[in-house]
Design a protein around this ligand. Structure first.
Ligand code: SF4
Length: 77
């Protein structure tokens, strides 16, 4: 499945873990501020580390949505 959206909900404790795990997608531009998502990042190229970052976030605020890839259309008779 393709990741189409990544976001961070309220409650980030600025651990910096996501930035270390997936630096192209997550960044903490200012010390002590909440993490941000780099919207220009290629989410699919970074799919593995986005999922890893979401799973390892200590407060579980990293969210992403996936889009099912369309298969061939079913023919009905
Ligand atoms: S891993 Fe979670 S708590 Fe830590 S900086 Fe990233 S979003 Fe914030």
């Amino acid at each position: 499945m393709a990741i189409k959206k990544v976001w961070i909900e309220k409650g980030c404790v600025s651990s910096g873990l996501c930035e270390k795990t997936c630096p192209e997608v997550f960044e903490l531009p200012f010390v002590g501020e909440v993490a941000q998502v780099n919207e220009d990042a290629d989410f699919n190229a970074n799919r593995k580390c986005i999922i890893e970052a979401a799973e390892s976030c200590p407060v579980d605020v990293i969210k992403y949505s996936e889009e099912k890839q369309k298969g061939p259309d079913m023919l009905s008779y």
